[in-house]
Design a protein around this ligand. Structure first.
Ligand code: FMN
Length: 163
């Protein structure tokens, strides 16, 4: 799958004690349009997965071209990762919103959880999609980060970015 480049997300949630959790995730894709459902695959040993199961919700922060340091931070296991990025709780409280690093954020409720081998496939119904910045997406493939090579259409209203 290294030869299948994708966008880069940071899946976030709140643990039972209210503390933020989050991890970099590229096993991420759309599933259904009506209702809007996406899926993420999180390792069964992941601290973020444990917290998602407690809360029943998560946010998917899709990173933009300048979000690579956040992608690396949220893959590092650093315990202080949320002290090193700008974030706030979204209106839906699904999970922390990375306000400087995401170009769009989806707040999701867990509607499916299937363990496959060493990962859990979580289905998330999208409750809200929050456009943040009009920026080119961050990409990951062949074990390297890259950036979508074309400019984002400046004439396109940010609101349309949801559809
Ligand atoms: C580019 C990239 C993509 C990743 N994608 C995934 C993924 O889709 N699923 C996963 O379980 N781990 C993925 N990881 C690894 C996790 O981000 C990493 O194990 C993280 O530290 C887990 O944090 P946690 O245990 O606090 O939840 C990825 C790492 C990188 C660098």
């Amino acid at each position: 799958m290294a030869g299948f480049p994708s966008g880069v997300g940071v899946v976030t949630t709140f643990a039972g004690d209210g503390s933020p959790r989050g991890m970099t995730c590229t096993s991420l894709c759309s599933v259904s349009l009506d209702p809007p459902v996406l899926l993420v695959c999180l390792g069964t040993g992941s601290h973020t997965l444990k917290a998602v199961r407690e809360s029943g919700s998560f946010a998917v922060n899709l990173l933009h071209a300048h979000g690579r340091p956040a992608a690396e931070l949220f893959a590092s296991g650093a315990p202080d990762r949320f002290d090193r990025v700008a974030w706030r709780a979204g209106a839906g409280d699904a999970g922390p919103h990375l306000t400087e690093d995401a170009h769009i954020i989806a707040d999701c409720s867990v509607v499916g959880d299937q363990v496959v081998g060493d990962h859990a496939v979580l289905l998330g119904e999208v409750r809200a999609a929050v456009p943040v910045r009009r920026e080119r997406p961050l990409l990951y493939g062949l074990r390297r980060f890259s950036v979508w090579p074309h400019p984002v259409d400046a004439a396109r209203p940010v609101r349309d970015a949801v559809g």
